[in-house]
Design a protein around this ligand. Structure first.
Ligand code: ADP
Ligand code: MG
Length: 672
């Protein structure tokens, strides 16, 4: 194939522009990206060679080599991994296959630091080379192809690239960066060693650089011992030294790994720029043997709520990389966990399909799940300063001090997803329930927790646990009460809360989309039932005294004829009409008939999402003490008043009257 010119896919051109213009404050990551590609290429070769050892040709030792040439102003990263065919070079270096890229582009803020972080989350990979190079030459040959089937790819990082066929004896890839004037300092051994130590120490592959030695300059006058010399210089020795640890981090003993090393490794595998919140590293022995190193990130990714997002676990078998995103190793509600699992038992040729069925994998997933729950329990336990006991406060260890506020941070980012576990993981439901936090009528507003700049998650209200709620329950209170609504304001002002407010009973305010669905799986907490205040008739049990109950019954009795007329007037809208004691200030409210029913809010949400929702006919509950309700009896406007009561109750809980114009007409007629 002779020289061909190809245009970059439009997104690539856009991305390239962005990479070169917004990443210059964080230039050095290019090396991490290119070394990571080299390492991926070696992993791929190792994997393909499991079935075809000939691919190793005569170079079975996989490695990465760094070389620079100050005069030519180049830095070259060479690997002897899988390599690329000409078509692969065109495809992989000319297009962005990753689906998240468009989304990523749309989120750019123009703020350099924030954008650099975003790029980190998405990993611009190969194109980051253009941060330091104004031209990149890639020479490659795929393992198994003939030497004449090599490829050269050249681009200046603007609109297009060139490809041609070359002869290349050694398999694998060389990425030759033609350094920009302001990046010439990367052609320096110390600098390169420093960056490799920072980002790529734990790549399980040796990264090598040619040793240099100081050589004095020649004597100017060989006959005169003191005649001076030409200037000396570092010269290459032809001997290659390994400049990274080259051992997989997770295989080392915990005590030999520093926190910084754990964090660097996290950044390497997660592409996150921020530190992880917490991690856990264990060798698990027993019927299935494996090593797990699991991290809790400190920020949620953009696509957190996408349940199809794959788990961030890399699977290794006896240190051989098998696959990224091994979703079978984590339950879906823990899809945000990042880490590595290295199994001693799984076969090397394990496929995703096989993983789904393997008993070992199930054991690993269960072990991972339990481990993450313990990590969260530990963070939750140390979230706040311990309270003084008998006037004595414990002095916190440095380790515990570092955990203060961490659970709150975690929960603001990932709490809504953790709730999915109530419906997904019945075995751990009780543990998950203990980890949940909710806004409540009894907790004050606190300092806002910083919101995630891109997902907007983050909360401004103080949250309470179910255990703390239980501890505050009134004497005679038999249930944990909660309400679900679209917003915190709607929840707080809901008419359904009135009697609870009057009696000082705490109600949990739930505003996450997932709440109603998730809570439908949680029937009790630590022996106490959970009860939605918007479902079924209000039952305050022992919190209501005999006199109140009697008054209510009498009111219901006296109101019977009016109720019958209301029922008749509203028969198309309301399932039933009844008297309630849950209202204090409002004339009426809507509830769902029985405990198991779907709330009006959820039904609306499903409809809005274009999903099929059952027709929910609510029950209208009226407050016999309210003047508007008292007026009903004998009113000439009975029919209009009945409909206004119903429509207003709907409005109050965030719905819309079926026929808004008719509602306005009725109200106006009465006002006039
Ligand atoms: P990613 O590594 O996330 O796939 P990159 O932009 O870093 O994205 O790389 C794009 C693709 O180019 C890789 O998926 C791979 O197919 C190919 N590639 C890049 N570098 C190499 C290399 N050193 N050897 C073989 N293929 C490579
Ligand atoms: Mg990459």
């Amino acid at each position: 194939m002779s020289k061909q010119t190809h245009a970059f896919q439009a997104e690539v051109a856009q991305l390239l522009h962005l990479v070169t213009h917004s990443l210059y404050s964080n230039k050095e990551i290019f090396l991490r990206e290119l070394i990571s590609n080299a390492s991926d290429a070696c992993d791929k070769l190792r994997f393909e060679a499991l079935n075809n050892a000939a691919l190793y040709e005569d170079a079975p030792e996989l490695q990465v080599r760094l070389a620079y040439d100050k005069d030519a102003k180049t830095l070259t990263i060479t690997d002897n991994g899988i390599g690329m065919s000409a078509q692969e070079a065109i495809d992989h270096l000319g297009t962005i296959a990753k689906s998240g890229t468009k989304d990523f582009m749309s989120r750019l803020s123009g703020d350099q630091k924030a954008d650099a972080q975003l790029i980190g989350q998405f990993g611009v990979g190969f194109y980051s080379g253009f941060i330091v190079a104004d031209k990149i030459t890639v020479e490659s040959r795929r393992a198994g192809l003939k030497p004449e089937e090599g490829v050269r790819w050249i681009s200046g990082g603007t609109g297009d690239f060139e490809v041609e066929t070359i002869t290349r004896a050694e398999r694998g890839t060389s990425v030759i960066l033609h350094l920009r004037e302001d990046a010439l300092d990367y052609a320096n051994a110390w600098k390169l060693k420093d960056i490799v130590g920072k980002y790529s120490d734990h790549i399980s592959l040796p990264i090598r650089m040619e040793k240099e030695e100081w050589k004095d300059g020649e004597l100017i006058d060989p006959n005169d011992e003191n005649g001076g010399r030409k200037p000396g210089a570092m010269v290459k020795t032809g001997e290659w030294e390994t400049i990274n640890q080259a051992s997989a981090l997770w295989t080392r003993a915990k005590k030999d790994i520093s926190d910084d090393q754990y964090q660097d490794f996290y950044k390497q595998i997660s592409r996150d720029f921020e530190n992880a919140l917490s991690w856990s590293h264990n060798r698990v022995e027993g019927s299935t043997e494996y090593t797990q190193l699991l991290y809790i990130p400190s920020k949620a990714p953009m696509d957190l709520y996408n349940r199809d997002k794959k788990a961030g676990i890399k699977l290794y078998v006896k240190r051989v990389f098998i696959m990224d995103d091994a979703e079978a190793l984590m339950p879906t509600y823990m899809r945000w966990v990042k880490g590595v699992v290295d199994s001693a038992d799984l076969p090397l040729n394990v496929s995703r399909e096989l993983l789904q069925e393997s008993r070992d994998v199930k054991a690993i997933r269960d072990g991972n799940t339990r481990r993450v729950l313990s990590m969260l329990e530990d963070l939750a336990k140390h979230d706040k300063e311990p309270e003084a006991k008998d006037g004595v406060t414990d002095v916190l260890s440095e380790e515990d001090k570092a955990k203060l506020g961490q659970y709150t941070r975690f929960y603001a980012e990932f709490g809504a997803v953790l709730k999915e576990g109530l419906g997904e993981d019945f075995g751990n439901q009780a543990r998950i329930a203990k980890l949940l936090r909710f806004a409540s009528t009894h907790t004050a507003r606190a300092e806002p927790v910083e919101a995630h700049p891109s997902t907007g998650s983050g909360r401004t209200e103080q949250l309470t646990s179910l255990a703390d709620y239980k501890a505050r329950m009134k004497e005679g209170q038999e249930a944990i009460y909660y309400i679900t609504a679209d917003t915190l304001a709607a929840a707080k002002n809901s008419p359904q809360l009135e009697v609870f407010k009057k009696k000082g009973i705490e109600v949990l305010l739930m505003t996450d989309r997932v709440d109603e669905w998730a809570l439908s799986f949680l029937h009790e907490f630590d022996g106490t039932p959970l009860q939605s205040v918007a479902k079924g008739a209000v039952d305050l049990g022992k919190l209501q005294d005999e006199a109140e109950k009697k008054a209510e019954e009498e009111a219901a009795e006296a109101f019977k004829p009016v109720l019958a007329k209301l029922k008749e007037a509203l028969k198309d809208k309301a399932e039933d009409v009844r008297v309630t004691s849950r209202l204090v200030d409002s004339p009426a409210c809507l509830v769902v008939k029985d405990d198991g029913g779907m709330s009006l809010q959820l039904a609306r949400m499903l409809k809005a999402a274009g999903q099929k929702a059952p027709e929910v006919k609510p029950v209208l509950e009226v407050n016999p003490e309210h003047s508007l309700v008292k007026k009903l009896d004998g009113s000439v406007h009975f029919h209009d008043l009945a409909h206004i009561l119903f429509d207003q109750a709907l409005l109050a809980e965030g719905g819309l009257p079926e026929d808004p114009a008719a509602y306005v007409k009725r109200v106006n007629a009465l006002l006039a």
